[in-house]
Design a protein around this ligand. Structure first.
Ligand SMILES: Cc1cc2nc3c(=O)[nH]c(=O)nc-3n(C[C@H](O)[C@H](O)[C@H](O)COP(=O)(O)OP(=O)(O)OC[C@H]3O[C@@H](n4cnc5c(N)ncnc54)[C@H](O)[C@@H]3O)c2cc1C
Length: 371
């Protein structure tokens, strides 16, 4: 039995699917957002919350430009979400620091920032290096081991859980519907559109957007696409509330508006394992205390792990199927940063039926060409 017919079915109600679905619904499309509802290892519930520009796209000017454009769109995007549904994503454009603890790290960072200055992409050029004297003047609470940093004025942070709630509330307000507990197991071309089936439900849709994170690997081949994504575990610690330590978001340190400090995050190739380890807790705490000695006495109140959704080159995958026109795949490992552009330009392009030239280099064909 067919349960419903819509213009677009978006599979995956994480940050990526929810942002795209919101953008589509605001354009007047009838959209259903489908999610299996198993949140054991999903990235959207366990990430760090940075809206981060610096260092992104060192090898891809297109990615640097796309990231910067999303960061530029974030202030209006956050304000609009709050106006629409009364949920504040707690976005702050603080500027961001990537701290260096020794000369080798500082030199490597300076080389990266210099390489990005040579890129044509706007914004790739705005990060600058700060030496120890400038940096310690800017952030007096830093420890003596911090020898410098890169700084980018476009970086900031948001509360990822509030952002997700706001995206979904705004989506429903715009006329979209969310179906949880629906795991899509097959997608077939039917009647000029698609027939999506799970264990107990069948949905017909004119278009389908695969935004299922790690689940895209399995779903993409059903519509002639590829999403060779893999999980990468990231562990995060959270401290109790402490007085303000640093007004800037940092690459591995983020103080929330209520004073808790998030310390992150590991990069571990352990498959679908979301366990936490004492080793990671020790390393993250030791790093944080080296950067901010005041944190040496802070109490850790939480530790968790979540899985990044990583493509082989770390860049997003955006494509429309050539064998199944109307089927799109959307996946990335910076779903907070890119939420604004996913809900805006990307959703508009999907509604129009053509992805923009700006994302042409993110098609999965690049992986088979590389092979
Ligand atoms: C530790 C860590 C730190 C991070 N830090 C940052 C950061 O600071 N800034 C940033 O921008 N990004 C960060 N990220 C990345 C960001 O969290 C992800 O890019 C983003 O959450 C990916 O969202 P998603 O919707 O693609 O995937 P997910 O959150 O995994 O959601 C996918 C959804 O699809 C559903 N699904 C899967 N298969 C099916 C199916 N067959 N049928 C129905 N539903 C299905 C799942 O239930 C899930 O809800 C971080 C990630 C991690 C793990």
């Amino acid at each position: 039995m067919v349960e419903g017919t819509v213009d677009v079915a978006v599979i995956g109600a994480g940050l990526v699917g929810s942002a795209v679905a919101l953008g589509l619904a605001r354009l007047g499309q009838r959209v259903v957002l489908l999610d299996e509802g198993d949140d054991r290892w999903h990235a959207s519930g366990g990430n760090f919350g940075l809206v981060w520009v610096q260092g992104k796209g060192a090898k891809s000017g297109a990615y640097a430009a796309w990231t910067r454009a999303s960061a530029e769109a974030w202030p209006a995007f956050a304000a609009e979400l709050e106006d629409a549904v009364g949920l504040d994503p707690a976005y702050a454009k603080t500027g961001g620091l990537s701290l260096c603890l020794d000369e080798t790290e500082l030199e490597a960072r300076a080389t990266l920032i210099k390489r990005m200055h040579n890129q044509p992409a706007p914004g790739a050029n705005d990060a600058e290096m700060l030496d120890a004297i400038e940096l310690h003047r800017l952030v007096p609470g830093l420890g003596p081991r911090v020898v410098g940093a890169s700084f980018c004025p476009h970086d900031g942070h948001a509360d990822p859980l509030r952002t997700l709630r706001a995206l979904q509330a705004a989506f429903v307000q715009a006329g979209g519907s969310i179906r949880r507990g629906v795991r899509i197991e097959s997608i077939d071309a039917a009647g000029g559109g698609f027939r999506l089936a799970g264990q107990v439900s069948v949905i017909e849709a004119g278009r389908v957007v695969l935004a299922a994170g790690l689940g895209n690997r399995h779903l993409a081949p059903m519509v002639g696409l590829a999403a060779p994504v893999r999980p990468q575990r990231g562990q995060i610690l959270v401290t109790h509330r402490v007085p303000e330590l640093c007004p800037y978001a940092c690459h591995r340190f983020r103080q929330t508006a209520d004073g808790t400090v998030m310390l992150g995050d590991t990069h571990e190739e352990v498959g679908l394992d979301t366990g936490t380890t004492q080793r990671a807790a020790h390393d993250l705490a030791a790093y944080a205390a080296a950067c901010f000695p005041a944190l040496g006495n802070a109490r850790v109140i939480r530790q968790w792990a979540a899985l990044r959704v990583l493509s082989p080159d770390g860049l997003p995958i955006y494509a429309q199927s050539t064998t199944h026109p109307g089927a799109f795949v959307v996946t990335c490992h910076s779903g907070v940063t890119l939420a604004a552009i996913h809900a805006g330009e990307l959703a508009g392009a999907i509604a129009a039926g053509n992805l923009p030239p700006a994302v042409a280099s993110f098609a999965p064909g690049r992986f088979s060409e590389a092979a």
